[in-house]
Design a protein around this ligand. Structure first.
Ligand code: CP
Ligand code: NVA
Length: 306
C-alpha cells in the first residue's frame, strides 16, 4: 500500500479533510474535559526544522506527548543534514526508525523528495510553497466560531506566499470563495494558480477584496527567507494593511485570522489583531488539536481511526 503523506491539502480528499476537522473539534473538547486517550504509545515523530518555529514545534511535540507518543527535534546544526547528507539518504535512515516525519524547510521539492524515499508518512510543517497544517487549524477555527465555511467568502490581503497558496488549495477542498488582494509582482506562483478552482480570483484593491467577506486573513509581508527584501516589501505593500477600514468593508460578523507571528503596524493594525473580530489565539491553539487529528489519521490504521 502507498504511504500516505500530507504535503499539501490536495493530498487528502475533501471528505477526509472534513473528518479531520470534526475529529480535531472532538479532541479539543475531550482535552478540555480532561480526557486524553493515548493511541500512539511507542510511536515516534521525527521533526526536521530548517527554519525557526514556535507554534509548529510546540503543537507537534505536545500533540505526540498527549497521544502517548514521542517527538524528536532535529535541526540541521546538530545532525548530518546540515553537513550535506542528501535528503533521500536521510529519508531512508529516518523512516526505518521513526513512525512519521515532519519537515519545515525552504524548497517544497525537498519535502517531496523526503516523502518519495520515506517508508513512513511525511508531513509538511511549512515550505516556501505551502503551509497545509495551518489551514487545518484555520478551518477548524472558522467552523467553531461560525459553522460551515462552504460558500463563504474569504479575503486574503497581502503576499501571495505559502499561506496564500494553501488558502488557494483550501478554497477548492472546503468549497469557499477566495478573493486575493496583492500588489503587482507579489501574486501566488503560476504553478499554484493553475491548480486553483473557479472560486479563486485575484483582486488588486484590498477594499474590494474585503467587501462582504466572512473571513479576512493576512500574513507577514516578508516570510522566512525573504528578510533581505523587507524594505522593498514595506514599500510595495503600503495600503495593504488590515485595519478598521478593511474590516468595515467586510461583513459585520467577519472574523480576522493571522497564522502568526504578526508584525503589528505592518500587515495588521494593533486594534484589529487585538480587537473583537480577531480569533488568532484560538487559531494558534487549534494547531495542537488539528495536528493531533492528523497524526491519529496518518499513524493509526483506518479501522482504529474510525
Ligand atoms: N504559524 C506558524 O507556523 O508558526 P510558527 O512559525 O511559530 O511555527
Ligand atoms: N509566511 C510565513 C508563515 C510563518 C508561519 C513564513 O513563511 O515565514
Amino acid at each position: 500500500m502507498r504511504t500516505q503523506h500530507f504535503l499539501t491539502l490536495l493530498d487528502f480528499s475533501p471528505e477526509t479533510l472534513t473528518a479531520l476537522i470534526e475529529r480535531a473539534i472532538e479532541l479539543k473538547q475531550l482535552k478540555l474535559a480532561g480526557q486524553l486517550s493515548t493511541p500512539l504509545q511507542g510511536k515516534v515523530l521525527g521533526m526536521i526544522f530548517e527554519k525557526a518555529s514556535t507554534r509548529t514545534r510546540l503543537s507537534f511535540e505536545i500533540g505526540m506527548v498527549q497521544l502517548g507518543g514521542h517527538a524528536i527535534f532535529l535541526s540541521p546544526q546538530d545532525t548530518q543534514i546540515g553537513r550535506g547528507e542528501p535528503i533521500d539518504d536521510t529519508a531512508r535512515v529516518l523512516s526505518r526508525m521513526v513512525d512519521a516525519i515532519m519537515i519545515r524547510t525552504f524548497e517544497h521539492e525537498k519535502a517531496e523528495v523526503l516523502a518519495e524515499y520515506s517508508r513512513v508518512p511525511v508531513i509538511n510543517g511549512l515550505t516556501d510553497l505551502y503551509h497545509p497544517c495551518q489551514l487545518l487549524a484555520d478551518m477548524q477555527t472558522y467552523i467553531e466560531h461560525r459553522g460551515s465555511i462552504v460558500g463563504k467568502t474569504v479575503a486574503w490581503i497581502g503576499d501571495g506566499n505559502n499561506m496564500c497558496n494553501s488558502y488557494i488549495n483550501a478554497a477548492k477542498q472546503f468549497d469557499f470563495n477566495l478573493n486575493i488582494a496583492c500588489p503587482e509582482g507579489y501574486e501566488p506562483p503560476e504553478r499554484v494558480m493553475q491548480t486553483a478552482c473557479s472560486r479563486v480570483q485575484i483582486i488588486r484593491d484590498p477594499l474590494t477584496a474585503a467587501k462582504n467577506a466572512d473571513l479576512v486573513v493576512t500574513d507577514v509581508w516578508a516570510s522566512m527567507g525573504k528578510e533581505r527584501e523587507q524594505q522593498a516589501r514595506l514599500a510595495a505593500f503600503k495600503g495593504y494593511q488590515i485595519n478598521r477600514n478593511i474590516m468595515a468593508a467586510a461583513d459585520p460578523k467577519a472574523l480576522f485570522m493571522h497564522c502568526l507571528p504578526a508584525h503589528r503596524g505592518e500587515e495588521v493594525s494593533t486594534e484589529v489583531i487585538d480587537g473583537p473580530q480577531s480569533v488568532v489565539w484560538d487559531e494558534a491553539e487549534n494547531r495542537l488539536h488539528a495536528q493531533k487529528a492528523l497524526l491519529e489519521f496518518l499513524l493509526l490504521s483506518e479501522e482504529t481511526y474510525h
